[in-house]
Ligand binder design. Sequence first.
Ligand code: GLA
Length: 395
Amino acid sequence: MNEVLNILKTSMEERFGSATGADVFFAPGRVNLIGEHIDYNGGHVFPCALTIGTYAAVRRNGTDTMRLYSANFPGRGVIEFALDTLDEHQNSWADYPKGVMWALKQHGFVLPADGGLDIVYYGNIPNGSGLSSSASIEVLTATFLSETFGFGLDGVYIARLCKESENKYNGVNCGIMDQFAIAMGAKDKAIFLDTATLDYTYVPFVLPDAKIVIACSNKKRGLADSEYNKRRGECEAALADLNTVRPVKALCDLTPEEFETLAGVIQDPVNARRAKHAVTENARTLQAVDALNRGDLDAFGTLMKASHDSLRYDFEVTGKELDALYEAACAAGGVIGTRMTGAGFGGCTVSIVRNECVDAFIESVGASYREAVGYDASFYAVNVGDGPANIASFA
Ligand code: GLA
């Protein structure tokens, strides 16, 4: 923590003259335990916030200009834009925070004419890992804008607003899972969220005998790059076919049994497999939360593996990198559950590994992965943490 505060303070001083009076905010990253690619199909998801995330030091500068700097991308320098240019894209990482400012304005939260801020961002979420660094920046930005300008926004509102900014400003047709998990995160708890209604409950996720280990494939991925939006389109096409025989609001409204009786009307076999994934993944998520509530971690782990298989064969978003990590994890000792997490197409897997087996897991999965793809994976044992907060200020 001190190290992060030092980076923020030094960057404020170097880029904006001083750090005095700046407030420091934090928003977490997230990992999804189960319930993948169903937050846009009216399904249930089960993510949690992490203790790693994104930080910002923020101070009003008394002008009409926003000045943003990322200590993760020093080469890109300070990005500046006037408050009356929110409609214009920067074509850089700054479009995530700018999109949030834009969305706030659409919602009637207009910054004062002298509402410019000097902002230093710094994140310790591994880049491109699929642990939602973009949603973390969005929720962080909405949080400090709300606090700085007294908008009084709550977590659920912030999650919806940030999803909207990602959909409409950044052109990624994502669901609400990431923004919700981050804005509503709670230490040692996973969030059981019904994405159709936004009803949610916190489920204790404390593992005295095991750790959550993220294996990052280090394969670069781009959500906006077509495949994600394509999957959404395939699910929508399947839903439209189902609606020719009976009204179905969302794929995840169907049980696997109901789906089996109706699936024949889906014209395209690829779309039928996409829909099958959505329906069965929703059922697995309900079962997994049940298992956890009963204290049956092994059953939870088995469902995680079934989720990966479904994402691999029916939804086809894993790819050789994530499958290599998955297979190596299944072969390693002490692995309770493992699966790809997030959007897929690269990114990372999440595994639940017995404490005494973590070192051997990293070694054996690391070696198998290198052999399969020719470069290294990165491993992180992570902890479940709280949502966004104002954590410090510089005197
Ligand atoms: C990305 C999106 C989420 C969700 C996941 C897949 O992380 O941002 O909304 O769809 O992929 O579960």
